[in-house]
Design a protein around this ligand. Structure first.
Ligand SMILES: [Zn+2]
Length: 265
């Protein structure tokens, strides 16, 4: 095939199971904005966006869905308008609310895949727990400065968020929350999170992302393979980690804590 033709060709669209899936996007900020754009561009048809906040001028450098004229508007409404300008046929349900103990279960019940990209650690644990309680797939993202993580989970099959982090850390989260995030890194992590979400919805083109935790770092992207942790309260795993995984968890846990404690999107 001539080079010009190769560059003009596009890959086939996702299978109908992925296109027809309902993606619940939790957080329409630094991660949610590129994640939503990537899902729309990939052919997703139904998005539910939940976020309680307004567009803030100081966040425009990384929240790429929004324009200066959107400042002061609810993010979910500005996001809906921005997405419909690009893809008028999209079904988008904006939910201006916090994903919390009150709303989480009802929102997740109607979703096929949860995409968590908020700036709140407690929300990440909640998304993990509700997804497992309802048997929904979830991909959790986080960013700090120039690094981030993408953590896709198939309930009953993969290690969950609590298999690695166990519980919400105390103390450091508020202090680290002002560390800042780099806009381009948000785009990188959000796009990777979108590909993982499509894989969780049944698109085999991105299957290689599943069963692993992805670390986006200044020098490149690394992957970790985890097994469920015996006794985990998030997924109820009974399987014991393999020895090499136990060792890896021990050496990476503090590394993760530093990053994830300060997750800010
Ligand atoms: Zn677990």
């Amino acid at each position: 095939m001539p080079m010009q033709q190769m560059m003009q060709s596009t890959p086939p669209p996702p299978p109908s199971c992925a296109q027809d899936a309902t993606f619940l996007v939790i957080g329409a900020g630094g991660l949610g904005a590129p994640l939503l754009l990537a899902l729309g561009a990939a052919g997703a048809r139904r998005l539910v966006i939940v976020d309680p906040d307004l567009v803030d001028e100081s966040n425009l450098q990384r929240q790429v869905l929004y324009r200066t004229r959107d400042v002061g508007r609810p993010k979910v409404l500005a996001a809906k308008d921005a997405l419909l300008r690009r893809w008028p046929g999209l079904s988008i349900e904006p939910v201006r609310a916090r994903f919390d103990e009150t709303s989480a279960r009802a929102l997740a019940t109607d979703a096929d895949v949860l995409c968590e990209g908020s700036d709140d650690l407690a929300t990440k644990f909640l998304a993990n727990d509700v997804a497992h309680a309802l048997g929904r797939s979830v991909v959790i993202g986080g960013v700090l400065r120039h690094a981030g993580q993408v953590f896709p989970v198939r309930p009953g099959r993969d290690a969950c968020y609590r298999c690695l982090f166990e519980s919400l850390p105390s103390g450091d989260a508020a202090r680290c929350a002002d560390a800042g995030v780099f806009g381009a890194t948000c785009g990188e992590v959000g796009a990777l999170q979108a590909r993982a979400a499509l894989a969780l919805a049944g698109d085999p083109a991105h299957d290689a992302l599943l069963g692993r935790v992805w670390l986006v770092e200044p020098g490149g992207t690394r992957k970790l393979t985890l097994r469920p942790r015996a006794g985990c309260t998030g997924c109820g795993a009974v399987e014991s980690p393999a020895a090499e995984v136990s060792s890896m968890l021990a050496t990476t846990h503090s590394h993760f804590d530093t990053r994830v404690t300060a997750t800010k999107a």
